[in-house]
Design a protein around this ligand. Structure first.
Ligand SMILES: [Zn+2]
Length: 318
């Protein structure tokens, strides 16, 4: 394998920025939110920005899951909208009117809870063109993407007052859902310079999908929460320039935790088999941060590519 070895810990580089954004930007400071955080989009080119690097437990001082794909200064795709990403979205400088696609990898709250808040914000946006949304079909207690939108924004839904977004009325952009069926890889968004397809990944009983974003013949993979057991996934992620995976559980995880999530060695093995150039580790909780160095070392034993340990608002250029 000829890839450059190394580890890049953006957390260390960005920590001063994070502290400035999250703790010192008092409302009366008279400054707009986190100008340094806006550099990811402003730098131009293609980049992934982490909106939320945390998980479902409110113990890590991180937003839950969310990522932006920047292309030439515009936030073109939003992948996941967990709690806290509403704030990070604003801090990043992203604008709703620039989005071409929103992907909800699954309907756990730590991946979707801020979606209605973002739609509420969009109520104040000048955007009128429709917006594609991709996500899984339903199973068990989890609705499919279309039912989720209907029961959230539709008639009788909790936020039915935002129902114009489902109908495209009142000059609101119509949200057009594309559900990803099981055992099939389907396109959820296509345009001249941005193509996104998705496949189901195993996340216990939870329907969940990974997104493959192709920009300028390069590939970014958002692996979602998964246990790493899908034989087709490393092929799906083959030659990814950026592979975002979620390091949720320690190596000795068992039971439900292991059925839901891949331990560090499996993450490393997948990145190696996919020949990923840069592996971004994300979705941390206090318990997975406790021995972060040890867990990253287990990943490195399987994969000799570049590794980025994400923090909120970290920027990974393509
Ligand atoms: Zn999660």
């Amino acid at each position: 394998m000829t890839r450059t070895s190394g580890i890049v810990v953006l957390a260390a580089l960005l920590l001063p920025v994070m502290v400035a954004c999250t703790q010192q930007a008092a409302p009366d400071a008279g400054t707009s939110a986190a100008p340094d955080a806006m550099q990811c989009g402003a730098r131009g080119g293609v980049a992934v920005q982490v909106l939320g690097s945390g998980g479902p437990i409110a113990d890590d001082a991180r937003a839950s899951t969310g990522y932006i794909v920047w292309i030439d200064g515009k936030a073109r795709a939003l992948i996941d909208a967990g709690g806290g990403t509403f704030l990070r979205f604003a801090q990043s400088g992203a604008r709703f009117e620039d989005l071409d696609f929103i992907g909800l990898s699954h309907l756990h709250a730590d991946h979707s809870a801020d979606f209605p808040a973002l739609i509420k914000s969009a109520n104040f946006s000048p955007r009128t063109r429709s917006l594609s949304i991709g996500g899984p079909d339903g199973r068990g207690v989890f609705p499919g993407l279309s039912d989720y939108l209907r029961t959230t924004l539709g008639e009788g839904g909790a936020y039915a007052y935002l129902g114009a977004f489902l109908k495209g009325t009142a000059n609101k952009p119509m949200l057009t859902p594309r559900e990803v069926p099981r055992d099939e890889t389907v396109f959820v968004y296509t345009s001249e310079n941005l193509n996104i397809d998705a496949m189901h990944v195993p996340h216990g009983p939870v329907p969940a999908v990974a997104f493959r974003v192709r920009v300028e013949e390069r590939t970014i993979i958002f692996a979602s929460d998964q246990n790493g057991g899908a034989l087709a996934f490393p092929e799906f992620a083959q030659d990814a320039a950026i592979l975002v995976m979620h390091m949720v559980v320690p190596e000795d995880a068992t039971g439900a935790a292991r059925r839901l999530h891949a331990p560090p060695s499996v993450i490393g093995s997948i990145a190696d088999r996919a020949n990923a150039r840069t592996l971004v580790l994300s979705h941390f909780m206090a318990r997975s941060l406790r021995d972060l160095d040890g867990n990253v070392e287990l990943v490195k034993q399987q994969d000799d590519g570049e590794i980025v340990v994400a923090d909120d608002l970290a920027c990974i250029p393509l």
